[in-house]
Design a protein around this ligand. Sequence first.
Ligand code: BV8
Length: 247
Amino acid sequence: MKDASIRQAAELIRRSHSPVVFTGAGVSQESGVPTFRDALTGFWEQYDAQSLATPEAFVADPDLVWAFYEYRRGLIRKAKPNAAHIAIGSLEERVSNLVIVTQNVDGFHQAIGNREVIALHGNIFENRCFEGCGWMGIVDAKETDKAPLCPGCRKSRLRPNVVWFGENLEEDNIVRATAAVLACDVMVAVGTSGLVAPASQLPELAILRGKPVIEVNPKPTPFTPQATIALSGKAGDVLPKIFPPVW
Ligand code: BV8
């Protein structure tokens, strides 16, 4: 990774008044939270995360899907935000119009104190009634392997309040995230494979609208060829260099 690109990226961000930081699972990888494409370990090695993150999987085996989310909740509880989250958090101290658009469900950006976080895919620690009676909340998680009965209707089961594959994202989140991208003067796309739509359409929109896009990822993605600056590296190494604590 060339120093000149780092300096160029840091200067773009220093001058920014309305940055958008778009994050994917890679930004939490150094916290020990597996990305969606990392092979799952142990008991979960036999499964593909994507096939478990669907309503069909839940209908077929609610307890298996519930246990999968309890497993991931356990990993996130043991983890903590890393240098990348902290660098994004520190950016907020200098740029009031910062908007974080994240595909992640781990709540780390919120935990670090970022105020404007649009969590496109929900929050893994919240639950809601699968049948949609309206009940929503946190349950006392004891790594239970059974999807609990919904306390609201006492008929359906609880499911994690995340967006599964094949489900629509919340309209309000899409509208707010799109508005933020259209209004931004720079986008930093960190730790995303760019494979999941419609979230992946947001960096595409930034590129289409001629916004400067800085990509941070150790591997190339569909965005890399069109990024203004592509920084090949880990988020925890790169972000503290381009979002320096003090200018
Ligand atoms: C929708 C919540 C309309 C759950 C997630 C065919 C049939 C049906 C649907 C589709 C289809 N074809 C396309 C679709 C649409 C589908 C989709 O995009 N599928 C893909 C896989 C082809 N999308 C949907 O279904 C969406 N809804 O379209 O509704 C609709 C309705 C009905 C029918 C059709 C369409 C809903 C998508 C939301 C799914 N839910 N999360 C949960 O978490 O359990 S998405 C999930 O994947 C995570 O949120 C995660 O963020 C995301 C994966 O993307 P990334 O974040 O990019 O993570 P990934 O692992 O892929 O990559 C990590 C990156 O980090 C890599 O690039 C790696 O190099 C990098 N990295 C690693 N370490 C580091 C690093 N970078 C920096 N530093 C490091 N240290």
